[in-house]
Write a protein that binds this ligand. Structure first.
Ligand SMILES: C[S@@+](CC[C@H](N)C(=O)[O-])C[C@H]1O[C@@H](n2cnc3c(N)ncnc32)[C@H](O)[C@@H]1O
Length: 210
């Protein structure tokens, strides 16, 4: 079995386990971080296809109102964070990733004209260093969702995007049924599905406060 196949299988199994039982992340986070630290130098080449972020972009087009504070979680080398910044010119954008070398690469990819409102930080999505309700938009591209933390850092009325570049064939993948069930349990609504073949995305809204 090739290294790539092994890595993809590890990502798939880890995603399935952690979505079912988030406490397992304590033991799985280290191998995950090491894998993506190693992949960082080649990640931009791996993600160079024109449709790599197509489902994320399709969902972004439907986000309204325009967010002022946005978070791209598991940002890798920052591709989706840059898309948010370009689409919403008044938004401050944070890209967060557990792998230090991904964050270093993302910082190198940051153009001067975005430096004042896009930043990249090392952070673990299972325990984010941000206060409650810090963001109006949270996006995940090919990233394991930690639902309680997503709910906590998203402001009332905010939008959530969960996108997978290769749909059900993406190594890190959660079915739309599972996503909807977990989010609906936490009060999310206004679900919209996007398909960019093979990419898929789900857009959801956290209810505004009464
Ligand atoms: C498959 S890559 C996707 C990167 C980027 N979003 C993209 O679509 O190209 C998954 C990324 O999530 C990061 N990651 C995995 N678990 C994480 C966690 N709990 N917190 C933050 N980042 C995490 C990995 O380090 C990796 O950079």
């Amino acid at each position: 079995m090739s290294d790539t196949t092994l890595t993809q299988r590890f990502c798939r199994v880890t995603t399935d386990l952690v979505v079912r039982e988030p406490r397992l992340w304590v033991v799985l986070r280290w191998p995950m971080r090491i894998i993506f630290d190693r992949l960082a130098p080649e990640w931009d080449a791996i993600r160079s296809s024109a449709d790599a972020y197509a489902p994320y972009e399709a969902a972004l087009e439907r986000v309204e109102p325009a967010p002022r504070r946005a978070l791209d979680l598991g940002t890798g080398t920052g591709g989706a964070a840059f898309l948010i910044a370009l689409r919403f010119p008044k938004a401050d954008v944070t890209g967060a990733d557990i792998a230090e070398r991904m964050v270093e690469q993302a910082r190198q990819n940051l153009d001067d004209d975005l430096r004042d409102r896009v930043r990249f930080e090392v952070a673990d999505a299972s325990k984010l260093p941000y206060p409650n309700a810090s963001f109006d938009l949270v996006g995940l591209s090919n990233m394991i969702p930690f639902f309680d933390e997503l709910d906590r850092v998203l402001a009332s009325g905010g939008s959530l995007i969960v996108a997978f570049s290769g749909g059900a064939g993406t190594p890190i993948y959660v079915s739309p049924e599972r996503l909807r069930a977990e989010l609906a349990r936490r009060g999310f609504s206004d679900f919209a599905d996007f398909s960019t073949d093979p990419g898929t995305a789900l857009l959801a809204r956290k209810p505004a406060e009464a």
